[in-house]
Design a protein around this ligand. Structure first.
Ligand SMILES: [Zn+2]
Length: 247
């Protein structure tokens, strides 16, 4: 599903637009000047559908994909990394240093898999497939995808090692993962690595960066003036409140 000239939605579950597996997060494709990157992978059971959406979106399809980027290690975002790495041998698979470690090792405790299963975020019998080809990406690192530049921004809070990806150049957008949702909602969970203090710092930090398309990991996106959703969350923190949390 084409969202802007350079950005496509290639996976989305029942908490979004029912494009692929019901458990999938929103996964996006950035495509510019013959190069492409995938942001998040879905849970891993609909990689065929994701890749056929990639092929339909970009000339050259899968061969154009140079990067698979993970916002965080939760299985609905990172579960397809292993299969994508196999099927896209030329792509580098990148995440923050700690997420790269957990996804490479298949560390289901670090990614709070069991809690997610009891909350029915993931199927009961789901097992995470480790992706051995992970590489670390640090805060502030920039990647070029054709005429688009993607900057990794460390944004812990919802989960440790969470990254947002800010697009500039030919596209103005932010892939915010599970940090902020439409209307300035956030996602607080009772997992070991969910931190309200980190959350506030990350939201305030991202609220200083202007962008147009707001592209979250679930629920609705917003194509113009999208930074207002991050600023709405920052304003709640600034007033001493906690933004409303999505379920
Ligand atoms: Zn998450």
């Amino acid at each position: 599903m084409r969202l802007t000239r350079e950005i496509h939605l290639v996976a989305s579950g029942s908490g979004g637009f029912d494009l692929t597996d019901p458990y999938d997060c929103n996964a996006y494709l950035v495509a510019s000047a013959g190069e492409a990157a995938i942001v998040d992978t879905g849970i891993g059971s609909a990689v065929d559908a994701l890749l056929s959406n990639v092929a339909a979106a970009v000339p050259g399809g899968e061969d154009a994909v140079g990067y698979v980027l993970l916002t965080h290690a939760h299985p609905d975002h990172a579960g397809g990394a292993a299969e994508l790495a196999e099927r896209l041998p030329a792509a580098r698979v990148l995440a923050s240093p700690e997420v790269a470690r957990w996804v490479a090792a298949g560390d289901e405790r670090a990614m709070s898999l069991e809690r997610g299963q009891s909350a029915e975020f993931y199927p009961r019998r789901y097992r995470f497939r480790p992706c051995r080809r992970m590489e670390p990406l640090s805060d502030g690192e920039r990647l070029r995808v054709g005429e688009v530049e993607l900057e990794a921004i460390a944004t812990p809070g919802h989960a440790a090692g969470h990254l947002a990806f800010l697009a500039s150049g030919a596209a103005s957008a932010c892939f915010v993962g599970d940090l902020v949702f439409h209307g300035g909602q956030i996602s607080l969970e009772s997992n070991w690595d969910c931190s309200l203090q980190d959350y506030e710092r990350s939201v305030r930090r991202l609220a200083e960066r202007p962008f147009e398309a707001f592209l979250p990991g679930h629920h609705a996106f917003s194509l113009r003036g999208g930074d207002r959703h991050v600023r709405a969350a920052a304003q709640r923190f600034n007033h001493g409140f906690v933004p409303r949390s999505v379920v």
